[in-house]
Design a protein around this ligand. Structure first.
Ligand code: ATP
Ligand code: MG
Length: 260
């Protein structure tokens, strides 16, 4: 019999406000077995639960800076292991590797290297390395104005936008009806700092995956080229990017999608 297809080990990357959260939730609606983890959402959960990590994150996020690489890796690893053991308990099988999509992690080249090491490590949580990198490439002026119009439902991470994606009832979450809030870092001053740390720290991480992808393509030779690891989507709206992103994921991982 055929070996089972590898699980998705996907990353969604892009500047702040590029639509990572919005496109991830569309992807999850179409492919609900994917486990989704957002570094920023996890940090915001720590802040609202007032953990030690949350106290540190509160300051860093308010300034538009970056949390230490090791802290982020530990937090993500813990969460992935928790999801993996929940999944194993639910399906009474430990062999099934879950498909995952990470949003906002890695965010530096060092984090990407640590993630690769962690995924490749032998042991119960070992699995294939990152096998799809989705890069949302949206112009700065577009993300800037989006972020200023953005509202979030903090417990779920759902985001709304006054212009592109307004809630059904102004100021309230569509699902729970709870109040929407502004993120503390969605202010004009902080956005500048976040765009700067994107250029300085995250762009080298993107280059790292782009290079891996190019090298694998070159190694494969003319025949039997694998699909590239790295895919870039340039656009100014999530509606415009969504069909292209869906197609790229569906082409490689068709089993994840519940309907055509
Ligand atoms: P958006 O949610 O609009 O795409 P973003 O990517 O800037 O914007 P989050 O991913 O929610 O926002 O992250 C918010 C903040 O949390 C970041 O500005 C940073 O301070 C911190 N943070 C999140 N992920 C990481 C990470 N992997 N490494 C270091 N700091 C992080
Ligand atoms: Mg986000």
């Amino acid at each position: 019999s055929q070996p089972p297809p590898p699980p998705l080990r996907g990353l969604i990357i892009g500047s702040p406000g590029s639509g990572k959260g919005t496109l991830s939730s569309r992807l999850l609606a179409a492919a609900p077995s994917i486990h989704y983890l957002s570094g920023g959402d996890l940090l915001r959960a720590h802040i609202s639960q007032r953990t030690e990590l949350g106290k540190q994150a509160e300051q860093v996020i308010r300034d538009g800076g970056l949390m230490p690489d090791e802290t982020m890796m530990n937090m993500i690893r813990t969460e992935l292991e928790r999801q993996q053991s929940d999944e194993a308990a639910a399906s009474s099988s430990t062999s099934a590797k879950m498909s995952t999509l990470l949003d906002g992690f890695p965010r530096t080249r060092r984090q990407a290297e640590m993630l690769d090491e962690s995924l490749l490590r032998t042991g119960s949580d070992a699995g294939p390395p990152v096998n799809l990198v989705l890069h949302l490439d949206v112009p700065d002026d577009v993300v800037m104005s989006r972020i200023l119009d953005r509202w979030i439902h903090e417990p779920s991470g759902r985001t709304y936008n006054d212009r592109f994606n307004p809630p059904k009832v102004k100021g309230h979450d569509d699902v729970t009806g709870e109040a929407l809030v502004k993120r503390v870092d969605d202010s004009p001053e902080t956005i500048k700092a976040r765009l700067q740390s994107f250029r300085k720290s995250t762009q080298p991480m993107i280059d790292y995956y782009r290079r891996q992808s190019d090298e694998a393509q070159a190694r494969a030779g003319a025949e039997a080229k694998p699909r590239p690891l790295y895919v870039c989507f340039t656009g100014t709206s999530s509606d415009e990017i969504w069909p292209r992103l869906r197609e790229q994921v569906a082409m490689r991982f068709p089993g994840l999608f519940v309907e055509k």
